[in-house]
Write a protein that binds this ligand. Structure first.
Ligand code: GLA
Length: 580
């Protein structure tokens, strides 16, 4: 019976010192037909382990559900890891951060009156117990002592950066052990004394997250944990990107030096990320440290494998460094082929506002109901009210979460953007209705704003007088690719456009969005995610398995304006300007 234990200074695999060389792969950010390829490439870099988070909100869109189909088939993912002869680390949260919407916490949780997140609060504990039990029903039989790949499980995630409720951590351990998880349990914290003290619990093995100055960071960790293996559970070999900022990279040399410092002292490592993948659909998170900053669709992360799964210079450098300490297979993955280049004019059009009734059921209330009150987990809500007989003036909102397009009698009059702290706009003309289309651009995944509501928060006034009597329509934009758009009316607002294009064979594609405004795009019904002219990202990655030989269909929801209504597929990724 195989087992992993915590030794005096090493992990012990069946009693022998074992250096964990792990790579993070988020199965929920990779098309399931590509899982095996990415796992195989991890082994080719010399890795012996795959680590993944588990996103509660994706598996449980509603309480009581635990979806495991297709891209959420955690069991299949772990079996593929085993088939490659590798071990697995599972980090089920329940909070995962990860630049993922709400750090993985499901929106329905926020609707429980009085619920307190990430604390020993009974309602929160009850909900997470249901979730963890569902995860561990999959993970427990796949532990190493039962012939499976899983040999470590993490409790919470960087808890010391958020709270210090030890009772909460102890409850998580209790639920985990009662669900028959027998492998060692770990915690992770940033190597800061306060965070390490707050985020740890006796009996759990402490690990750290960092991307540079490894020797110094391990020394800090040692102060709190005098014995046992040193592990960097998140070796930040790159970084994520946010809309409106440059594309983040770390140099190969910088990362490689930091890696060598870890391996040289026999430390264990988990590359965060080995391959980042993509925030498909509307799954991205956001940061808010005084200003709201949503994250881009690409989770390329400047990782050893790029967003499309191809090796970068980092892959080769890390493989060489790993080879100094451990055996590395001879096989090397080939560079990515150039993708098919083609362009097609976007033709059929329909105004989004005119489709609203087909995308959701309108609800009336005195105030503009929040997304939570409407049960709209993410995406868009259209708010409308009558202003018949009112003189034009300044429209003022208390808070916009996160972006509002304002219409007077269906004509766009302007945008209020949370990231620019905008909340008032002058209505130039008298009109009989006002419409406000609101987008949730991604729920905050780190810090005190975790779990906040979405929509138009507080009062809405016109010329100082409250506006009441609102109709709110939650729009399920995922229905757009299934609608017949022929003969629809167009208007001046957000527009849905489509086109067909042909491929000789299924292939990865890179959709160039540089000439577009802001919106979402689908290929053959698969939601590629958000695009935005602000950049830095200029391409949306289309995984080959969603394409087909013959006719393919693209649907685009353009919320603002396209400079050119053309869908252009280019050779490769364009992630934007770097700082260098
Ligand atoms: C922390 C979190 C991760 C991720 C990284 C930044 O380490 O634990 O989930 O958010 O920061 O990419």
């Amino acid at each position: 019976m195989a087992e992993l234990t915590i030794g005096e200074k090493d992990f012990l695999l069946d009693g022998e010192p074992y250096q964990i060389l792990s790579g993070a792969l988020h199965y929920f950010r990779i098309h399931p037909d590509q899982w095996a390829d990415r796992i195989h490439k991890a082994r080719l870099m010399g890795l012996n382990t795959i680590e993944t988070y588990v996103p509660w909100n994706a598996h449980a869109p509603r309480r009581g559900e635990f979806v495991t189909e297709g891209g959420l088939d955690l069991e299949r993912f772990l079996r593929l890891v085993a088939a490659e002869g590798m071990h697995a680390i599972v980090r089920p949260g329940p909070y995962i951060c990860a630049e993922w919407s709400n750090g993985g916490l499901p929106p329905w949780l926020l609707r429980i009156p009085g619920v307190e997140l990430r604390r020993a609060e009974p309602q929160y504990l009850k909900a997470l117990t249901e979730y963890l039990q569902a995860v561990y029903r999959i993970v427990a039989p796949l532990q190493i002592d039962r012939g499976g790949p899983v040999f470590l499980v993490q409790i919470e995630n960087e808890y010391g950066a958020y709270g210090s409720d030890k009772e909460y951590l102890a409850e998580l351990v209790r639920v985990t052990r009662e669900a028959d998880i027998t492998v060692p349990l770990t915690t992770i914290d940033q190597p800061d004394p306060q965070m390490l003290a707050d985020g740890s619990l006796p009996g759990l093995h402490m690990t750290a997250s960092f991307g540079s100055r490894s020797t110094e960071r391990f020394a800090t960790l040692r102060q709190f944990q005098p014995t046992g293996p040193l592990m960097c559970m998140e070796f930040w070999n790159g970084w994520f990107d946010s809309w409106g900022f440059h594309h983040h990279t770390t140099t190969v040399e910088e990362s490689d030096t930091a890696l060598d410092e870890i391996l040289r002292v026999g430390g264990s490592v988990n590359f965060y990320m080995f391959h980042g993948g993509t925030n498909f659909g509307m799954t991205n998170g956001a940061n808010d440290k005084g200003a709201y900053v949503p994250l881009v669709t690409s989770y390329d992360y400047d990782a050893p494998l790029d967003e499309a799964g191809h090796p970068t210079a980092k892959f080769h450098a890390f493989r060489k460094t790993i080879a100094k300490y451990a055996p590395v297979p001879d096989e090397v993955p080939p560079p990515g082929p150039a993708a098919p280049v083609l362009e097609v004019a976007l033709q059929e059009r329909a105004g989004l506002l005119g489709l609203a009734a087909e995308l959701g059921a309108a609800r009336d209330a005195d105030h503009a109901a929040t997304f939570e009150e409407l049960g709209q987990d993410t995406g868009f809500v259209l708010y409308e009210t009558s202003v018949e007989g009112r003189a034009p003036g300044v429209l003022t909102l208390d808070e916009v979460r996160d972006r509002a397009w304002v219409f007077a009698d269906g004509v766009p009059v302007g945008i209020l953007a949370r990231d620019s702290h905008e909340r008032s706009i002058r209505l130039p003309l008298a009109s009989s209705t006002i419409g406000i289309l609101v987008e949730d651009q991604g729920r905050v995944n780190y810090g005190p704003r975790l779990g906040e509501e979405k929509g138009l928060i507080g009062e809405i006034r016109l010329a100082g007088e409250p506006l009441t009597g609102w109709t709110a329509t939650p729009l399920d934009v995922e229905l757009l690719p299934g609608l017949d758009l022929a003969g629809r009316s167009t208007d001046h607002g957000p527009t849905v456009l489509t086109a067909e294009f042909e491929l000789d064979a299924p292939a990865d594609l890179f959709l160039d969005t540089a000439a577009w405004g802001k919106g979402l795009a689908w290929v053959n019904g698969f939601d590629l995610g958000r695009y935005w002219r602000r950049g830095p990202t200029r391409t949306l990655y289309v995984p080959g398995p969603v394409t087909r030989a013959g006719v393919n269909r693209i649907v685009v929801l353009e919320l603002e304006a396209m400079a050119e209504p053309v869908a252009r597929f280019v050779e490769g990724l364009s992630l934007g300007q770097t700082e260098f």
